[in-house]
Design a protein around this ligand. Structure first.
Ligand SMILES: [Zn+2]
Length: 78
């Protein structure tokens, strides 16, 4: 029974051995479950996607601001 379980350093509980993978950490290889590895991977992906989107929004905002500044300047000179 206990032979089929492996302690997961990520969840701090025991999972069935077939869900466990040796995961490289700074402290060496640790047992970690597939689910937590996958969750961390998806989390990183969505954070990256969010960062990219945020960069694009910032870019568009600054472009709109630049266009607005230009219109203001033209309005004053006309
Ligand atoms: Zn786990």
């Amino acid at each position: 029974m206990t032979d089929d379980l492996q302690y997961c350093y990520c969840c701090r509980v025991h999972h069935p051995r077939d869900q466990m993978r040796l995961y490289p950490t700074r402290a060496g290889h640790r047992w970690r479950c597939v689910r937590s590895i996958e969750a961390a991977r998806l989390d990183r992906q969505s954070r990256d996607a969010f960062g990219r989107q945020q960069t694009r929004i910032n870019h568009e905002t600054s472009q709109r601001q630049a266009a607005w500044n230009l219109l203001q300047r033209l309005g004053k000179t006309l």
